[in-house]
Write a protein that binds this ligand. Structure first.
Ligand code: SF4
Length: 437
């Protein structure tokens, strides 16, 4: 039997796409093996959001070619969309697919092998529709990712994604429902709704993001729905109130910030001010007081002064964000920011990123500490501790990692009793009348 291994760089959307392509290979009779094991085919799903994404993608392809000279390498994803010819010329690469035509990946590879000629299958993105990729299985047994939306047309100054992922397109509501039903039937208790720019879901149609969230949430057997990255502009009173009325919506909201300085946000071409961001957080807390708001921040955008950087540090503290993903600014050819004056030395960007990471760690400890003593439903995902000790780990709705006596797959009410770093140690509450079973 022919075998396939996969390696994914980048975001949850890429993980979803890899899983869909792997399932297509399995349907065609390929057996999956772990990455690093000898395989007939290796699929590398690349990322180009930062220079590090590019380098790791290229390094992975070179490693496979070096370690497995006979392996047919399939390269797909964002870097493939951007640099198809360069990738096609690399040793071992038989097929390059970008961010479309992934549903045809098996046929394309078999054609390339038959012809003895590598194929560049990168398709132009203008006018592209939403490509339904069916995924029925995910890493782990309890939580599944759904990709509802592709593309972005915001063109933030630093970001290459609109160029490589193309225009906004959305999964039809009936397909959202059908995929949620399929995943619930396969036993997944929690769905994570993602997209390249989820806030744009439904653009150009009559459907809204709220419609899509409701469609997934209302499926029988879906116990929990977690939302991917949002932007402050979608958080209206009506949106927050509607979410608070859906019991299965997890109280963790990722609101992209990128900078807490009004002047930097403007240069970044983001479409909100720090005040509007604070207001969105306030609106979420008004309807869901214990929600966790997490974010992304870029350190060292071109021209960012020490004072502007400090504004960001003060802002994230003042808003009491629960977790921050920090990225040092990465220069991307073809973006508006690349041509801006005032690029900062790497050492300055790294030092600012380090400071923000420290601030973020403290904010995370503060947030998790503030939840001690409360009872939260936890979806247990995997066994923990010594084999046979009966402990398992999972997450609360706010994405606090919890360890307690439970079985993977259970959703149980847990009193958060103490902390080990940011891991909460808890005790299952038995007196709930089965509310969380
Ligand atoms: S919203 Fe901005 S940062 Fe996000 S993908 Fe679109 S262009 Fe990039």
């Amino acid at each position: 039997m022919r075998t396939i291994s996969t390696y994914t760089l980048g975001c949850k959307v890429n993980q979803y796409d890899t899983e869909a392509m792997l399932e297509a290979f399995e349907r065609a009779g390929y057996a999956p093996v772990d990455f690093g094991q000898p395989s007939d085919v290796c699929l590398v799903n690349t990322c180009t959001v930062t220079g590090t994404g590019d380098q790791k993608s290229l390094k992975t392809i070179r490693r496979v070619a070096r370690e497995q000279p006979g392996c047919a390498i399939v390269v797909c994803g964002c870097l493939a969309q951007r640099e198809a010819e360069q990738l096609l010329a690399m040793d071992g690469v038989r097929l390059v697919v970008g961010v479309q035509r992934r549903a045809e990946v098996v046929e394309l590879l078999e054609q390339a092998l038959l012809d003895g000629q590598p194929i560049n299958a990168v398709a132009p993105l203008k006018g592209a529709g939403f490509e339904n990729l069916f995924v029925s299985r995910h890493e782990g047994k309890t939580r599944a990712t759904m990709k509802l939306q592709e593309g972005c047309d915001r063109y933030c100054a630093y970001c290459i994604i609109p160029t490589v992922r193309g225009p906004v397109r959305s999964m039809a509501l009936k397909d959202v429902r059908a995929e949620a039903e399929r995943l619930a039937a396969a036993g997944y208790r929690e769905l994570v709704l993602t997209g390249i720019h989820l806030a744009s879901y439904g653009r150009g149609t009559d459907d809204t993001l709220l419609d899509a969230i409701r469609a997934a949430h209302d499926v029988d057997g879906v116990a929990r729905v977690r939302l991917g990255s949002l932007e402050p502009v979608v958080v209206t009173e009506a949106f927050a109130r509607a979410l608070s009325e859906m019991p299965g919506i997890m109280r963790q909201f990722h609101l992209s910030l990128q900078s807490g300085s009004a002047t930097v946000l403007k240069r970044m071409r983001r479409r909100y001010t720090p005040e509007e961001y604070s207001k969105a957080v306030g609106t979420l807390r008004k309807y869901m007081p214990d929600c966790a708001v997490t974010t992304d921040v870029i350190a060292g955008f071109p021209g960012e002064t020490e004072a502007e950087f400090e504004e960001t540090v003060e802002f994230v503290r003042a808003v009491r964000l629960a977790r921050i993903h920090v990225f040092p600014y990465s220069r991307r050819k073809g973006t508006v920011a690349d041509a801006m004056p005032g690029h900062l030395p790497e050492a300055v960007k790294r030092a600012r990123a380090r400071k923000l990471i420290e601030v973020g760690n403290q904010l995370e400890r503060d947030y998790v500490s503030s939840m001690l003593g409360t009872v939260q439903p936890v979806l247990f995902e995997q066994p923990a501790g010594e084999p046979g000790c009966g402990l398992a780990e999972g997450y609360t709705g706010q994405y606090i990692r919890v360890r307690a006596k439970a079985d993977p797959g259970d959703i149980l009410p847990v009193r958060l009793a103490s902390l080990d770093g940011t891991l909460a140690l808890g005790e299952v509450e038995t007196d709930t009348g089965g509310r969380y079973q």
